[in-house]
Design a protein around this ligand. Structure first.
Ligand code: FES
Length: 106
């Protein structure tokens, strides 16, 4: 599935994601700047924060689990469309997903 990452400066990265990998790992694998993944995907650093660009997609993604919710509460600049990239595992249904990356994660 194709996933689009948009850096805070507007630079777009269209990547071919691998099913089963997390969004965080997908960004790292494709050298997308703006996702750090400092904790390695343990839901404990908040540096894989991204914004779901299209509101319609917020409903289509798997719901936010409690640990993701708690971590998001402690993360800078969260919005209603915030997600943690390490908690989203790519499926075929993710094709066309657009994620914006926060200014604070560079
Ligand atoms: Fe640390 Fe996602 S990689 S919370």
């Amino acid at each position: 599935p194709k996933i689009v990452f948009i850096e805070h400066n507007g630079k777009e990265h269209v990547v071919d994601a691998t099913v089963g990998k997390s969004i965080m790992q997908t960004a790292l694998d494709h050298s997308v700047p703006g996702i750090l993944g400092d904790c390695g995907g343990e839901c404990s650093c908040g540096t894989c924060h991204c914004y779901v660009a299209d509101p319609a997609w917020q409903q289509r993604l798997p719901p936010i689990a409690e640990n993701e919710e708690v971590m998001l509460e402690g993360t800078l600049h969260t919005e209603a469309n915030s997600r943690l990239g390490c908690q989203l595992k790519v499926t075929e249904e993710f094709d066309g997903l657009v994620l914006r990356l926060p200014h604070s994660q560079v």
